[in-house]
Ligand binder design. Structure first.
Ligand code: TYD
Length: 256
């Protein structure tokens, strides 16, 4: 039995009521799903790593002036966040062709795109998150023109920042998915970065070897999924290598 009221349970996270009005607790599960939840598994320690990696990304992005829902990490699997109204869009930014873009447009995976591309999908699992034109977003009122302009501007800034951050630790940022929410303010609302940024929602390839360090290891049965997430956390300097033993989760789970 949970001590708090559960607000929502998604595929990889649970939201609970927070300690103050306007706050929520975001709990990171070890569950992994792919292909619209047709493939499922539990990956020991994934939630702990994603909580830490997402905390790190939100803090760094906050430092460059991107407004986010993040307040603070409270323990190994939970973070305190601001309650927002999620805009029902999966905002995808791509630097290199991969995944559905390669399939849809016949562009070989790994081909560098002529420029970074921002795409929108509707957040509807029952429909398989269909790709949208901006026209759909306006016509159906999922976001206003002003909100969309802000979302695109922030997404490109986030991409530039993350490209540099990952390049500095020998990782290529192939693509990523982010979500935005509306945060109530005294005179209306503000669009803020919400959800998470982790190897579940990014494609990250080692710059030297092209080794995948993200959820494609799970999608494509490449094995060593949490080891790859651990590698990302270690290169970011979030967790320390354990001298004498191979990188493993005891490193993370020993930490609060
Ligand atoms: P994409 O290639 O469109 O889909 P798939 O992951 O099914 O091949 O995904 C682009 C990036 O966005 C990739 O890093 C995964 C991420 N993403 C999510 O995390 N959740 C989603 O619902 C979608 C559509 C993408």
């Amino acid at each position: 039995m949970s001590r708090r009221k559960q607000i929502y349970e998604g595929k990889a996270k649970i939201l609970y009521e927070g300690p103050e009005p306007g706050t929520l607790i975001q709990y990171f599960k070890d569950d992994a799903t792919a292909f619209n939840a047709q493939k499922k598994a539990t990956l020991d320690g994934k939630g702990v790593l994603n909580n830490r990696i997402s905390e790190y990304m939100m803090l760094r992005l906050g430092e460059i002036g991107i407004p986010t829902h993040f307040i603070k990490r409270v323990n190994m699997r939970e973070q305190l966040i601001k309650k927002v109204e999620i805009i029902p869009l999966e905002v995808i930014c791509r630097n290199v062709a991969a995944g559905t873009m390669s399939k849809r447009l016949g562009i070989e995976e790994g081909e560098k795109l002529p420029r970074s591309i921002v795409e929108f999908c509707l957040k509807r699992d029952d429909l398989g998150d269909p790709l949208l034109a901006e026209e759909h977003i306006h016509a159906f009122g999922w976001a206003t023109q002003d909100e969309l302009d802000e979302i695109i501007g922030m997404t490109l800034r986030i991409n530039d920042f993350m490209l540099g951050l990952f390049a500095g630790i020998g990782i290529r940022l192939i693509d990523f998915k982010i979500e935005f929410g509306r945060l109530a303010t005294p005179d209306g609302h503000q669009v803020v970065l919400a959800d998470e940024i982790s190897p579940d929602s990014c494609r990250l390839w080692d710059s030297e070897t092209d080794k995948k360090l993200d959820k494609d290891r799970f999608r494509r049965d490449l094995g060593d999924v949490t080891e790859a997430y651990n590698e990302v956390a270690m290169r970011l300097g979030i967790i320390k290598p354990n001298p004498g033993t191979p990188p493993n989760l005891s490193v993370v789970t020993g930490d609060k």
